[in-house]
Design a protein. Sequence first.
Length: 70
Amino acid sequence: MARRPDARRAVRQARAVRDACVAAAIEGYESAKVAGLCHEGAWEAAIEAVRRMEPEQLAALLLAESDDRS
């Protein structure tokens, strides 16, 4: 079954947000480990990195994704 264009766009946008969150978490975790935090501390830093993501940053990703596919 073919997806509607709106559904395909929503999936692309969701993937862009997910990828940005994963990248932020990995960066936060790795930075924390380099700084000497234990696994638990690094995990908390990773989650905090995702929480610190600005809504405007995510919106810009969504708009860029839409513009790239238009």
